[in-house]
Design a protein around this ligand. Structure first.
Ligand code: GLU
Length: 493
């Protein structure tokens, strides 16, 4: 199996929005397959019926597609090793046949221990300071007796009780596990579904998976899987357990650290290309300096040997920096199409006018260097896509100015704007600088007021270019409105 082209898989359980950690692991499996002209497979591990979450499979597939990860076989695509959902495979008797083989060879046994007995056992073990685990109570009982005892049996794997299980992990090297420390785990539950351990081993073999690339948290399951392969007389695949992802406080990355799913990062305005690049560097590196990789370069350079053993740290600031870099480096047309794809993710109140390519072509170059996420573009460009801009009149009044002097400055601005022809950024700037001089106020004071009057924002794209895009008529309209606002404000205050 190992001489042919590799087959790797991502085997998620559909229990919710996929965590970036799971997706990063999927990316490594995908890159390994692509880097070696192999196939990447998606298999849905849905045997734990109690934990299924509706819509989770779609979320998983959408997250991968958004990142540009394509799979060769999977639940939506089929393939010659299907079905690709374990619940469907279960109906075909794939797992029960394996259970029968194990029972027949004495490598598994029925267990009728009640949950009360198992609870009691756990309590006793914990009191005695022993690790929890099944004590083998039914292992030596007569099978008929066990079957007669209860209708709710499970099947357990008879782990070797002596010796060690040795395995070589591509990332971690040679590992040994003491067999006596591993209990006889359940392989078939009372609901007739296999457990993760059994289904995973049976399917990786049936689907001819050559390399199992998965998260470090599955390392404790490895000796169980190796012994299952042996008991079923199957050749195990090559294993590589990739490091877990920690938050910057060195605890497991979780909700309390902010976004943890691809969907959240996507709606926070990250680009798929930046996200893919960033995730690949969580545990893998080419050298100690290169940070920016296109998808093509990743496929070219990725090697499992350069995946590190130590945990990776998810640095939000670095992600933000990288996203800003990708935004700055984007072609305007790509950035516009990313913005358009993102449009519905802006908070509902951001825009009330549909975007047009013409307006975006005018404004996007002005903000490209100023935003680190697509989300940040919202307040910067909403003046172009809103029926009316809203702001507090107070914001119009700059430091060392008052309501009256601001109204005076705005009225003068109106006169200057009316005469500015052509209404181009450089002309606008020249006339407004002259005006500030004439009014003996700082240019910054005048421009600050105008920025609020025309965009509603303290921070906006460059003012004169923005005014040119807004156009003379709308600029005049906005200034008039600002004057009205200040008049009312002055009356009240
Ligand atoms: N279903 C397991 C998970 O949700 C798969 C683990 C493995 O890759 O073996 O992560």
């Amino acid at each position: 199996m190992n001489n042919t082209t590799p087959r790797t898989r991502f085997a998620p359980s559909p229990t919710g929005e996929p965590h970036v950690g799971n997706i990063r692991t999927a990316i490594f499996a995908w890159l390994f397959a692509k880097a070696n002209n192999g196939s990447f497979i998606i298999r849905i591990e849905d045997t734990d019926q109690a934990r299924l979450v509706e819509g989770a499979i779609d979320s998983i597939l959408q997250s991968l597609s958004w990142l540009g990860i394509n799979w060769d076989e999977g639940p939506d695509k089929g393939g010659k090793y299907g079905p690709y959902m374990q619940s469907e495979r279960q109906k075909l008797g794939i797992y029960s046949r394996a259970v029968e083989t194990l029972l027949k060879n004495g490598k598994a046994y029925y267990c009728s221990c009640s949950s009360e007995r198992l609870d009691q056992l756990r309590k006793t073990q914990s009191k005695a300071g022993k690790p929890p685990g099944y004590d083998g109570y039914c292992r030596n009982k007569d099978e008929k007796q066990v079957l007669d005892e209860s209708v709710q049996q499970v099947v357990r794997f008879a782990m070797p009780q002596l010796g060690v299980t040795k395995v070589t992990d591509t990332i971690r090297g040679n590992i040994e596990f003491e067999n006596s420390l591993i209990d006889d785990f359940v392989i078939l539950k009372s609901d007739g579904f296999p457990t993760y351990h059994l289904a995973n081993v049976v399917d990786d073999n049936a689907m001819e998976i050559s390399h199992v690339i998965r998260a470090e948290e599955w390392l404790p399951s490895l000796p169980r899987h190796i012994n299952l392969y042996k008991a079923l007389e199957l050749e195990p695949p090559i294993f590589a357990h990739v490091p877990i992802i920690l938050a910057s406080d060195r605890t497991k990355l979780s909700k309390r650290h902010g976004a943890t799913s691809i969907k959240e990062f996507r709606s926070n305005g990250y680009l798929p290309s930046a996200m893919l690049n960033f995730l690949c560097l969580l545990g893998w590196s080419l050298d100690d300096k290169t940070e920016i990789f296109s998808e093509k370069e990743l496929i070219n350079y990725f090697s499992i040997e350069r995946v590190s053993k130590s945990s990776a740290v998810f640095d939000n600031q670095k992600l933000e920096w990288m996203n800003g870099y990708y935004i700055r480096e984007s072609d305007i047309s790509d950035l516009i199409s990313n913005l358009l794809n993102y449009w519905d993710d802006f908070p509902v109140e951001t825009f009330d006018i549909e975007p047009t390519t013409a307006k975006l072509e005018a404004v996007v170059p002005l903000i490209q260097d100023r935003i680190k996420t697509l989300q940040e573009a919202g307040p910067m460009i909403n003046f172009l896509f809103s029926k009316g801009i809203s702001y507090d009149a107070e914001l119009l009044i700059q430091k060392k100015m008052d309501c009256k002097s601001t109204i005076g400055a705005l009225n003068e601005t109106l006169r200057v704007i009316e005469k500015t022809d052509p209404f181009k950024a450089s002309n606008i700037e020249d006339s407004l600088r002259l005006l500030a001089d004439r009014l003996s106020i700082k240019p910054g004071q005048l421009f600050g007021t105008l920025r609020i009057a025309t965009t509603g924002q303290r921070v906006s794209p460059p003012l004169f270019e923005s005014l040119e895009i807004i156009g003379k008529d709308t600029t005049i309209e906005s200034i008039n409105l600002a004057v009205q606002k200040l008049n009312t404000y002055g009356d009240v205050n």
